[in-house]
Design a protein around this ligand. Structure first.
Ligand SMILES: Cc1cc2nc3c(=O)[nH]c(=O)nc-3n(C[C@H](O)[C@H](O)[C@H](O)COP(=O)(O)OP(=O)(O)OC[C@H]3O[C@@H](n4cnc5c(N)ncnc54)[C@H](O)[C@@H]3O)c2cc1C
Length: 459
């Protein structure tokens, strides 16, 4: 019977679901899967993106862990594709590879002052508060007034983490350094800005509603943003999500304010223009142009310029994928070009510059396949599509010269790569749970990479 030796690069939800779906799929060949990740711990953005005060979503890790624990998948953490292993290595040892490397960088916001001191990308801040090993341990939380640019759930996460009292995060798994940093924050006002109106936001109702439940935080909204036209009224009537969002926002408008020590302001119809310099290269203010509905579902500028003093700006305008060595990359969209998960490369003979030729043996799934939108659940349907093609493409798989399971281990050992296996994750998991228990918390994350590796490898 044919055997598929499959490498999956990226142990986030997309990679783990892909492995699970393949193992359960109807097929006439055996499967042996090796799952690689650059981080010493699996689960991608579920561990390093989802906010620590969302324990229900973090709980998805339990299901993903169940897949890894099923015994049919080998995990190689702390192995970076492009550094520790290359595409040529994979071709030598596997029949095919699925890239599920996600998107971890901030998309650019091209306005003057975006790179001033005190202007931060949301992804970096998220990595800090979620204890990512590759970002600095300290975060400059010196601002009293902060602008958060963006109207999606990441903007909500960032604003919530900034305005929430640190003690209310103690029951979560936040690392010690994050608790210490947030406890010392002098923040009083966080302003969220979106270009469009309240009926066009990308927030989901559950995440929005949560803001209004924060202790000692007043929600501040502005009547001028709620002067709806017919299109906005139609959206409220016809779309359940918009209906709920509108209801939540209008409930907040009726609330008494003035007693809380912190405030969360929502500004709609605000097109970012500039992060204003204080003359020394630091953030001094945020400037925007008031927009209005254009009658066709979009907005146009009104020419009215506004400004508020802030000492920090967080840009939450989306994530962007990263290019991998020897793998085609669509620089505009930040994805690996693909047709339903089958990776496409440029046909050099056609000379069109278009990605339209299948790169046999190479597949993509998750955020690196379709861009950084959608929830964890969406990566499951993604993976189904990719796996369907992988199975059907049997005749075009690579024919590796060293397909044995030992050969890749020998290669990593030879290169001195300190990889962490599934047992390693169990060690780290136990260690973090024990750290938490000692402080009356569920878990305290270990942050430094070296420490993660040492604990995982029980060295
Ligand atoms: C701030 C934030 C909050 C979110 N909150 C929620 C939420 O509450 N609910 C929800 O459903 N969804 C949420 N999402 C969306 C969810 O995280 C994504 O849908 C999902 O994680 C995408 O899965 P993925 O596996 O494609 O990518 P990822 O989760 O990013 O996994 C990619 C993996 O690939 C690894 N990798 C990357 N490059 C390499 C390399 N060169 N070599 C080896 N490994 C590599 C990474 O280390 C990572 O482990 C959130 C996203 C963000 C950014």
């Amino acid at each position: 019977m044919t055997k598929l030796r499959l490498a999956i690069v990226g142990a986030g939800p997309a990679g783990i679901y892909a492995a699970d779906i393949l193992l359960k799929a109807e097929r006439n060949f055996e499967v042996s899967i090796d799952l690689f990740d650059q981080l010493p711990a699996p689960y991608g953005l579920v561990r390093y993106g989802v906010a620590p005060d969302h324990p229900r979503i973090k709980g998805i890790i339990t299901a993903l862990r169940g897949v890894l624990d099923s015994g049919d998948i080998r995990v190689f953490g702390n192995v970076r594709f492009g550094v520790d292993i290359t595409l040529d290595d994979l071709k030598k040892h596997y029949n095919a590879v699925i890239f599920s490397t996600g998107a971890v960088k901030d998309a650019d916001l091209k306005i003057p002052g975006a790179d001033l001191e005190g202007s931060y990308g949301a992804a970096d801040f998220v990595s800090w508060f979620d204890g990512h090993p590759d970002v600095p341990r300290t975060w400059p939380l010196e601002a009293k007034e902060i602008a958060v640019i963006g109207n999606g759930n990441v903007a909500l996460d960032v604003a919530r983490m900034l305005v929430k009292h640190a003690d209310d995060l103690l029951p979560t798994e936040i690392p010690e350094n994050v608790y210490a940093g947030l406890s010392a924050s002098p923040v009083t006002d966080v302003h969220i800005f979106g270009r469009r109106g309240p009926t066009s936001v990308k927030f989901t109702p559950l995440e929005l509603r949560e803001l209004g439940e924060l202790r000692d935080v007043d929600m501040i909204l502005h009547d001028e943003d709620f002067d709806y036209d017919d299109a906005a009224r139609d959206a409220v009537k016809s779309n359940k999500q918009v209906f709920v969002i509108d209801k939540v926002l209008n409930q907040w408008r009726q609330r008494e304010t003035g007693s809380a020590s912190r405030r969360l302001h929502l500004h709609f119809f605000a097109k970012p223009l500039e992060v204003v310099d204080d003359g020394t290269g630091r953030v001094d203010a945020f400037r925007w142009e008031r927009t209005k509905r254009d009658g066709a579902g979009g907005v146009v500028g009104t020419g009215e310029i506004r400004e508020i003093p802030v000492q920090a700006v967080y840009r939450a305008v989306g994530y962007f994928g990263s290019e991998l060595p020897d793998v085609p990359f669509d620089k505009k969209r930040g994805v690996i070009p693909n047709r339903e998960g089958q990776v496409l490369r440029r046909d050099p003979e056609a000379g069109t510059g278009l990605f339209n030729q299948q790169m046999y043996g190479v597949y993509a799934t998750g955020w690196i396949k379709r861009g950084p939108v959608g929830l964890i659940g969406h990566t499951k349907s993604d993976a189904m599509e990719t796996i369907r093609h992988l199975i059907n493409d049997l005749g075009n798989w690579w024919r590796p010269e060293s397909p044995s399971e030992e050969s890749i281990v020998a290669l990593l050992d030879e290169r001195g790569v300190k990889y962490t296996g599934l047992d390693g994750w169990h060690n780290l998991d136990q260690h973090e749970l024990a750290l938490g228990e000692a402080s009356g918390r569920t878990r305290i994350k270990v942050v430094p990479r070296e420490e993660m590796v040492t604990i995982s490898r029980a060295e």
